[in-house]
Design a protein around this ligand. Structure first.
Ligand code: HEC
Ligand code: HEC
Length: 238
C-alpha cells in the first residue's frame, strides 16, 4: 500500500510539473541563436575572424576561434558538447597562465580554470546550426581527402609519440601525454576528418601564431594519423 501510494504521488507530481512547464513556456522570450552568440559567446570567442596575428593577441585569446566552425567541428559532437561540456585543453587556452610549480614539476592550477557554460537542448541545437554555417577558410579543405582506413594502436602510437613527437603536447588518453595542447583522444569525434588532415598538414595556415610545429608530414602519415585518432577515440569510448 505504501509503495503504491508513493508511486501515485510521484506520478501526480510529475504531471503537475509537466502542466506548469507547459503553461510557463510561452512567457519566456526565446533568444535567437544569433542573439545568444552575440551576447553570451562573442566575449570569449572570435566569430568573425581573422585569427590572431601577434603573440600578444594569441595570449589574450579567451576561447578557441569559432569563425570557421562549419569547417572544423562534427555537428553531432558540437550539439552534445554544448549541453555537457568537458575539458579539452587540460591547461586551458594558454598553458603558462594555468601552471604552478609543484613537487614533481609543473602542475595544473585547476582552480584557475573555469567550467564552460552549458546550454539547454534547444539552444544547443540552434547554436550548432548557426555555427555550422560559419565556413570561412574552405579553401584550406580538400573535401573527401581523408580515406577511411585502419592502423593498429601500437603503430599509430609509435608514429604519434616516437617518430613525430606529438605526445609531448597532446594527451592520447585521460592523464597520459603533454598538456599544452588540446587532448586528442576525442579529436576524431570532435573534428571533421578533412579538417584534421588540413590542420596537421599546416597548423599555421589556420592559426598563424599557434605554437604547434609544422612537422611537414607526408600524405601517407596524415592519413595514418587520422586512422590513429579514430582508433583512440573508439578506445576512449569503451
Ligand atoms: C568565459 C569565456 C567563454 C564563454 C562566455 C564561452 N566560451 Fe566557449 N570556450 C571557452 C574556453 C576557454 C574554451 C576551451 C575549453 C577547453 O579547451 O576545455 C571554450 C571552448 C568552446 C568550444 C570548443 C572549441 C574547441 O575547438 O575546442 C565551443 C564549440 C564553444 N566553446 C562554444 C561556445 C558557445 C556557443 C558559447 C556561448 C553560448 C561559449 N562557448 C561561451 C570560453 C568561453
Ligand atoms: C609544441 C606543442 C605541440 C606539438 C609538438 C604538437 N602539437 Fe598539435 N597542437 C598544439 C596546439 C597548441 C594546438 C592548438 C591549440 C588550440 O586550438 O587551442 C594543437 C592542435 C592540434 C590538433 C587539433 C586539435 C583541436 O582540438 O583543434 C591536432 C589534431 C593536433 N594538434 C595533432 C598533432 C600531431 C599529429 C602532432 C605531431 C605531428 C602535434 N599535434 C604536435 C600543440 C602541439
Amino acid at each position: 500500500m505504501m509503495v503504491i501510494n508513493t508511486q501515485y504521488r510521484q506520478g501526480m507530481r510529475r504531471l503537475l510539473i509537466g502542466v506548469l512547464a507547459m503553461t510557463a513556456t510561452p512567457q519566456i522570450h526565446a533568444a535567437s541563436a544569433e542573439e545568444i552568440l552575440k551576447n553570451d559567446c562573442a566575449g570569449c570567442h572570435n566569430l568573425i575572424g581573422p585569427a590572431p596575428t601577434t603573440l600578444q593577441a594569441l595570449w589574450n585569446r579567451k576561447g578557441p576561434d569559432l569563425f570557421y566552425a562549419g569547417n572544423k567541428y562534427q555537428a553531432r559532437w558540437l550539439e552534445k558538447w554544448l549541453q555537457t561540456p568537458t575539458r579539452i585543453r587540460p591547461a586551458g587556452m594558454f598553458y603558462a597562465n594555468h601552471v604552478k610549480p609543484g613537487a614533481k614539476g609543473d602542475e595544473i592550477d585547476t582552480a584557475s580554470l573555469a567550467d564552460h557554460p552549458a546550454l539547454a537542448m534547444n539552444d544547443a541545437k540552434a547554436i550548432t546550426a548557426a555555427l555550422m554555417k560559419l565556413t570561412t577558410r574552405s579553401e584550406l579543405i580538400r573535401p573527401g581527402e581523408y580515406k577511411p582506413g585502419t592502423v593498429s594502436l601500437a603503430t599509430g602510437e609509435m608514429l604519434f609519440d616516437k617518430f613525430r613527437g606529438c605526445l609531448s603536447c597532446h594527451e592520447i588518453e585521460p592523464g597520459y601525454g603533454g598538456m599544452s595542447g588540446p587532448e586528442v583522444y576525442t579529436a576524431a569525434a570532435r573534428l571533421q576528418p578533412d579538417y584534421l588532415i588540413s590542420y596537421m598538414r599546416n597548423p599555421q595556415a589556420w592559426d598563424p601564431k599557434v605554437f604547434m610545429p609544422n612537422k611537414h608530414l607526408s600524405d601517407v602519415d596524415l592519413q595514418k594519423l587520422v586512422h590513429y585518432l579514430r582508433a583512440i577515440d573508439e578506445e576512449n569510448g569503451k
